[in-house]
Design a protein around this ligand. Structure first.
Ligand code: NAP
Length: 326
């Protein structure tokens, strides 16, 4: 069990954390980047990224994130494959505990822990999670080759998941609670032109139906027409839940000011949180745009603000100490 100190410690290795690491390294702050459970973040479960500038052709999500990590390391970042489990922001240097048993201390901290998939919250959804219920079409899609699946949701995640699954499954039914998608136009058009995709509008999923042990697996979903209240069963081999994401900020509850939904509050045109020296970037502060490119932009802002904070506080203090004892 070791203790690592960094001038700048970044938690999270998605686009926000990676961009913060690249910028912080270039400011000679020798950053430490602690990746968390899903090193590379959500884009590692995205087949192709088509809207990140700099790539004329679609780029594989995992490859894009691998490039960002390498770029950060080449610039001077040290990457730690660890999960932060405890944070103490009551004094500086900040103190963090890793799941590995290692301790981290940092003069400035950048929170870029991203967001996590939202679930419907049905008891039957919980029962069949991993047995036909999934939130990850890229990882779990292979189990549904030539089978029928249902996707619930109407945003970019749902439409992208349905598109990915349409290349494997025999039929994809998208169940959406309203009568229009909120997804990007290009994705919507692409989905609606797929011959093996059907969209059922104005329907909510009330229950996941399935067989129990020893052949535990989903066999269907009970859907309800939100306008008429009519209920019916839809047979399916799998349910993909893609109804949005919530900020992954539980670790900072009570430590940093947040709104009711758990987004960390920052200043206008700033990534400064309620604790001096703690910056936040990406999905943890953004309930509106939540794009890889905007997250990367916020990561760069956080690193620049961390450098300014260090110049005004820690480094000045070091100079003062040298002045007294030197
Ligand atoms: P989102 O945009 O918030 O969409 C969530 C969808 O799920 C909405 O259609 C919503 O319905 C529906 N929904 C929410 N709660 C529900 C519930 N309890 N039951 C049934 N349906 C429910 O979330 P997202 O699709 O995960 O996208 C998040 C962000 O990531 C967005 O900014 C998106 O642009 C971005 N993203 C981009 C890409 C891309 O660029 N290719 C890919 C993935 C994600 P309503 O429409 O009725 O609210």
């Amino acid at each position: 069990m070791n203790t690592h100190h960094a001038k700048v410690l970044i938690i999270g290795a998605g686009p926000a954390g990676s961009a913060a690491a690249i910028y912080a390294a270039r400011a000679y702050s020798k950053p430490l980047l602690v990746t968390g459970l899903q090193a590379g973040g959500q884009l590692t479960t995205t087949a192709y990224v088509e809207n990140f500038p700099g790539f004329a052709e679609p780029v594989k999500g995992p490859l894009l994130m691998e490039q960002m990590r390498q770029q950060a390391e080449n610039a001077g970042t040290k990457v730690m494959y660890d999960i932060i489990t405890f944070v103490d922001l009551s004094m500086r240097p900040f103190r963090l505990q890793g799941g590995s048993g290692d301790t981290y201390t940092a003069d400035a901290l950048i929170v870029a822990t991203g967001s996590e998939a939202r679930w419907l919250g049905l008891p039957s959804e919980k029962t069949f999670k991993g047995f036909g219920v999934s939130a990850n079409a890229i990882f779990d899609g292979v189990f549904y080759r030539n089978k029928e699946v249902v996707v619930v949701g109407g945003g970019d995640s749902a439409v992208q998941a349905a598109l990915d699954l349409s290349n494997l499954a025999s039929k994809v039914t998208v169940v959406h609670r309203r009568d229009r998608f909120r997804a990007e136009s290009i994705l919507k058009d692409r989905l609606l032109s797929k011959p093996n995709v059907k969209v059922i509008w104005n329907q909510a999923i009330d229950e996941v139906i399935g067989e129990h042990e020893p052949n535990k697996w989903v066999t269907g979903v009970r859907i309800r027409d939100v306008k008429t209240g009519d209920v019916r069963e839809l047979p399916t081999h799998g349910l993909f839940v893609a109804i949005g994401h919530d900020p992954a900020t539980a670790l900072f509850r009570g430590l940093l000011d947040m709104d009711r939904a758990g987004y960390i509050k920052v200043g206008s045109w700033s990534t400064k949180t309620s604790v001096p020296g703690v910056l936040a970037a990406g999905d943890v502060i953004d309930p509106v745009f939540r794009q890889a490119i905007s997250a990367a932009g916020m990561g760069s802002m956080a690193a620049l603000e961390a450098a300014k904070f260090l110049a005004e506080t820690v480094e000045t203090r070091e100079v003062e100490i040298i002045g007294v004892y030197g």
